[in-house]
Ligand binder design. Structure first.
Ligand code: FMN
Length: 202
């Protein structure tokens, strides 16, 4: 095939292909993609939960909608599934402790202990003093592998402070060094193996 790609060079079954996306390498590459950090909260009957989430993205402005990807094993996930609603609180740079707390596998009563919150219109806890909060109604839910992906229509939105955001990059948090200045950790070398050169058709 003149000028084309070698047909077998990028298939998953090719044992000679050193560019396979194994989970560790995928994590290392995605770690280069800096994100903000949020806490996704939910409430179902008497149960409340909250988890740190950076797999959050804005999907459309009209209608305002977001997508979150939540691990199926997380305690918060079934609360979102059952209630069909979730809250999002966007963390500021000085809220690293909240991120760590909501990322830990402790009972939700301990997660929320001493944390200043208010309620969304449907009663979901939203964290105080964040960059912004919203309540979303789940319009689609897709299980995939270890996660459930929820598409949520934003039904309530609150603007918060205009502090710097908490940033997560390469398994580290960015730290604040002064007004409106974020300092990212030094980049860590990622042990990427050499990608095999694609052969030109002969
Ligand atoms: C910075 C950061 C980002 C995270 N992002 C996600 C995410 O997007 N989706 C997810 O399922 N878990 C994510 N986690 C892990 C969850 O917060 C963690 O599994 C948590 O214990 C779940 O809490 P729960 O079981 O009480 O609901 C993240 C953790 C950290 C520290």
């Amino acid at each position: 095939m003149e000028g084309g790609l070698s047909p077998a060079s990028s298939t998953r079954d090719d044992p000679g292909d050193r560019a396979l996306p194994e989970p560790d390498r995928f994590r290392a590459v995605m770690g280069r993609f800096a994100t903000g950090v949020s806490v996704v909260t939910a409430r179902w009957e008497d149960a409340e939960g909250g988890m740190t989430v950076n797999a959050l993205l804005s999907v459309s402005l009209d209608p305002p909608s977001v997508l979150v990807s939540l691990g199926a094993a997380a305690d918060t996930t079934p609360l979102v599934e059952r209630s069909g609603r979730f809250g999002v609180s966007l963390l500021a740079a000085d809220q690293m402790e909240l991120s760590e707390r909501f990322a830990s596998r402790i009972p939700s009563s301990e997660k929320f202990r001493g944390v200043a919150c208010h309620r969304s219109p449907s009663g979901i806890p939203l964290l105080d003093d964040t960059l912004g909060t919203m309540e979303c109604e789940v319009v689609e839910a897709h299980p995939f592998a270890t996660h459930l992906v929820f598409l949520g229509r934003v039904t309530h939105l609150e603007e918060g402070s205009d502090e710097d955001p908490l940033v997560f990059w390469g398994s580290h948090y960015a730290t604040r060094t002064g007004p409106r200045t974020l300092r990212l950790p030094d980049p860590r070398p990622i042990p990427l193996r050499e990608t095999p050169r694609r052969e030109q058709g002969t």
